[in-house]
Write a new protein. Structure first.
Length: 224
């Protein structure tokens, strides 16, 4: 089992997050060597100034949390965030288009962002709690065809977060080289381990420090 910190996108997407909160987020990411910090685009410049790539990537959300804005807006937001230092982009797909069966629109939306940030790590948030299983399948295959790097379960701001079942489905639906990011409701080491065992390769969580400490305690007990 890898050290848990290598899976964690240390996250603060709260609308009331303050500059002090973001400083703390970056300090913790640096101290525990998390994979990335995940923030709203307003905070990307600050995070980029506080961290370097050896301390984890800066990740910005785009079209968050609804995914309902114009594709050009998402593309511009992604490009601006990348220019300010976000090497990873978590975009919310057009959920309403998916629910309407407008898969070409979903595809064009993702392609617009992919073209805007060709060198960024691109993750597409499906918001699985709002999709039927056949829609999850179609969303996974569309995202895969658009050249994304990860598909992601949830924003954490809708009616549900990551589930073991959804992670397993996503892992089955896409090729092995595409990562799976589980996010929403992952609060304990037990939660995190279950998601990884189901196929997750990244974890979006605000409880990263607690999860890391719980793993260290488990490793110490196993060694005694």
């Amino acid at each position: 089992m890898k050290q848990i910190h290598t899976f964690i996108d240390h996250t603060n997407l709260k609308p009331n997050a303050t500059e002090a909160d973001i400083h703390q987020l970056c300090e913790e990411a640096s101290l525990y060597n998390f994979a990335a910090v995940c923030v709203n685009s307003h905070w990307v410049s600050l995070c980029s100034n506080l961290l370097d790539c050896s301390q984890g990537h800066v990740c910005s959300v785009v079209g968050f949390p609804l995914g309902a804005c114009l594709s050009t807006v998402k593309a511009d937001e992604a490009a601006l965030a990348f220019d300010k230092g976000a090497l990873e982009i978590d975009m919310v797909m057009n959920i309403g288009a998916a629910k309407s069966g407008q898969w070409y629109t979903v595809q064009e939306d993702i392609i617009a962002v992919r073209k805007a940030v060709p060198h960024a790590i691109l993750k597409v948030i499906l918001e699985c709690c709002l999709l039927a299983d056949d829609e999850k399948y179609r969303a996974c295959k569309v995202a895969e065809g658009c050249g994304v790097d990860f598909i992601k379960t949830s924003t954490g701001f809708s009616s549900g977060g990551a589930t073991i079942e959804d992670v397993r489905l996503m892992r089955r639906y896409v090729k092995p080289e595409i990562g799976i990011k589980a996010a929403g409701g992952i609060r304990t080491y037990k939660d995190a381990l279950a998601m990884i065992e189901a196929g997750a390769t990244r974890l979006g969580c605000s409880a990263g420090v607690q999860i890391y400490k719980e793993q260290q305690e488990a490793l110490q007990k196993a060694g005694t």
